[in-house]
Design a protein around this ligand. Sequence first.
Ligand code: F6P
Length: 364
Amino acid sequence: MKRIGLLTSGGDCAGLNAALRAVYARAHHGYGWTVVGIRNGTAGLMERPVQAEELDERAMNSDLLRLGGTILGTTNKGNPFKFPMEDGSFVDRTNEVIEGYKMLNLDALIMIGGDGSMAIIRKLAKQGGIPLVAIPKTIDNDIGATETSIGFETAVQAATSALDHLQPTAASHSRVMVLELMGRDAGHIALWSGIAGGADVILIPEIPYKLSAICEKLEQLKKRKRNFALVVVAEAVKTETGEAVTAVHGGGAGATRTYGGIGQYIAEEIARLTGAETRVTVLGHVQRGGTPEPGDRVIASAFGVHAVDLIAEKRYDRMVGWNNRRVVDVPIEDAIRAAQTVDPQGELVTAARGLGISFGDSVA
Ligand code: F6P
């Protein structure tokens, strides 16, 4: 009988609880193993006593399919290789994490995370001899070697729904509505929701834009008697002169910086250059929470089951993924080698251009 650890790491997203439920179902009911849920990612392993508990039948509850966030808690800061201390210094705390893992007497670990957490925990696993299997999650959908990750579909749904809400008010007031969306350095959420929600302009970090081209597109819409426009901007889009727009959170060594604010810049520039009345919506963490969409529940469930099967087969250092309509597994190394960003020549960009959507590089 095995005893396996399970943790969620990095930013939360919808569908994580469905994956936890699937791991418990397969491991406990399928193989008779004990599943130990570790709290708050690696932070739970650093604490003494270690923050973890054996999962019980409550983990089978179908409410978990419907519940956003993660019941185990998570963290997207506090890299144990460079842990920020209160005095402003950074300390290597990896030995504490590995010791914490060993205290739990585990045979293997399943981590559910994005590429950043995966890289960190893989390094820890190598250092501590921890048999590891990874499950990909991120609203950004930027993990390599898988077509999709847990959380992406729900984020696209939230962003599309925002456009559904913005369109009537834009039309009523003859306004240009700018919607700023998450996605870190990838424009997937903006591209998918922009197509689904009828955006006129989609700005993504993978395609450089010119303000003049955006204004030309808006002019073209006016000539076609359209009295409003919907402009979607991915958060990592830079100013026209190439500056990233970011926000700092907290202070000292623990301060974090995220993208944020490019929507306001784009709206102000459009207003300045065209005289249009603009308004900005920054959708933010609404894209991360909420009830998981069916697609996220399904892949999370399939990923959880396959991850446990990999442990049963002693196939470690692998990530489960979704490719060509099936669950697959790949070396974690392949998944974290390079971020999966939008291909500017890819099918979806071509489709969007075919629909007349402008990427701000030319008037479609
Ligand atoms: O990676 C997920 C993500 O939501 C990004 O899209 C966003 O840039 C970032 O996390 C926000 O992080 P935080 O939760 O720290 O604000």
